[in-house]
Design a protein around this ligand. Structure first.
Ligand code: KG4
Ligand code: ZN
Length: 348
């Protein structure tokens, strides 16, 4: 079985080919084009600009993914596409392209929920911690992206229960907004991680304990999150005289302290979910899962508690086509081309 996965929910136009051989999934190609540079001027994704960029990139990206896999469209058994959640214009580009391909080639289509893609990518390429080679079920999945922060408990048959999510800003959104406050550009996550680690100017690491930011909802007793108050707390510090006086070195301290506050909440709630649901496996996915400090601290805490942890490689944590193709192997849902609809507000 060979699946072509297509992802166009935001500012990445991505296509990948995943094949199953001897019961193992193999990534044959993975091509990502991004309109990120266009959004750097505006400090965030402008939906209309992203949609136009999707249109320009979609056919070259699909062609390249097939070429790199050494395959032609006729060799593909199923087409998989993200149908939501995301921005309507960008989503439509992927969905309508796949619809046309499905109709012309008479191939089945698997509609994929982007959020499940961020979970299932761990089944393609688990970065194995503690010498363990498989993913165990039931498991707790933490999805941390630009638009979502969710905790899910998933069973062996891939049925799942949503445990909680953010009530306001997503974790990635908070990184992006705080980076904007610190004048670090877009996307904010990698920029904050970099100056926290390297300092600004480079040489003196940011101190994660320099400022004690709030850990929102850390003891709320449920699995919900809230990050917008944390962003306001950062703004208050930036507006203080102290920050103005020593702007450059303070930036790294603010970045490191903010990052630590987010990590503390994510780690505490994820481990609490693992305990409460008595699972021995945690997986993470989504752009913020690329954060090295989050991976490291989650790993240390999981090891203490005897819980397995898996996460995708950094490039497969952010949006890509491989997550869509991989999810399609596990989701038992095939639709005819005219049945699939872009669904921006799709959730769990
Ligand atoms: O999953 P993703 O690529 O797109 C969405 O589905 O939203 O996630 C993008 C988000 C952005 O908010 C970006 O700032 C954040 O992931 N991100 C990071 C890192 N790399 C990307 N956040 C923290 N640390 C990183 N290294
Ligand atoms: Zn995503």
């Amino acid at each position: 079985m060979t699946i072509l996965g297509i992802e166009t929910s935001c500012d990445e136009t991505a296509a990948a080919v995943v094949s199953s051989q001897n019961n193992q999934l193999k990534l044959l190609s993975n091509v990502v084009a991004t309109s990120l540079q266009m959004h750097q001027k505006t400090g965030g994704v402008v939906p209309e600009v992203a949609a136009r960029a999707q249109l320009e990139s979609i056919l070259p990206v699909i062609t390249k993914a097939l070429e790199e896999a050494g395959l032609a469209l006729k060799d593909i058994d199923k087409l998989a596409v993200t149908f939501g959640p995301g921005l309507v214009g960008p989503l439509l580009v992927g969905v309508e392209t796949v619809k046309a391909l499905g109709l012309v080639l008479n191939k089945p289509i698997v509609p994929v929920n982007h959020l499940l893609g961020h979970i299932f990518i761990n089944m393609l390429e688990p970065t194995i911690v503690d010498r363990l080679s498989t993913i165990d079920f039931p498991l707790i999945a933490l999805i941390v992206s630009g638009g979502h922060t969710d905790l899910i408990c998933m069973n062996k048959d891939y049925s799942y229960k949503w445990l909680g999510g953010t009530r306001d800003d997503a974790a990635g959104e908070a990184f992006d907004k705080v980076a904007r406050l610190l004048d670090l550009g877009f996307p904010g996550g990698p920029a904050i991680e970099k100056i926290a680690k390297e300092g600004l100017p480079a040489g003196r690491q940011g101190n994660p304990n320099a400022i004690l930011f709030p850990r929102p909802m850390i003891n709320s007793g449920d699995f919900d999150f809230s990050f917008s108050g944390l962003k306001t707390a950062v703004l208050n510090v930036i507006q203080s005289t102290n920050y103005e006086l020593q702007a450059t070195s303070s930036k790294a301290d603010i970045a490191a302290s903010f990052q630590q506050a987010v990590i503390d909440v994510l780690v505490a709630k994820t481990l609490k979910a693992a305990q409460e649901y008595e699972v021995g496996q945690i997986i993470i996915g989504g752009g913020v899962a690329a954060n090295e400090e989050l991976r490291k601290q989650l790993k240390t805490n999981c090891q203490k508690m005897g819980i397995k942890l898996a996460y995708p490689s950094k490039s497969l944590s952010t949006d890509n086509g491989a997550m869509v193709a991989t999810a399609a192997f596990f989701l038992d849902k095939v639709v005819s081309p005219l049945e699939i609809q872009a669904t921006p507000g799709l959730y769990f």
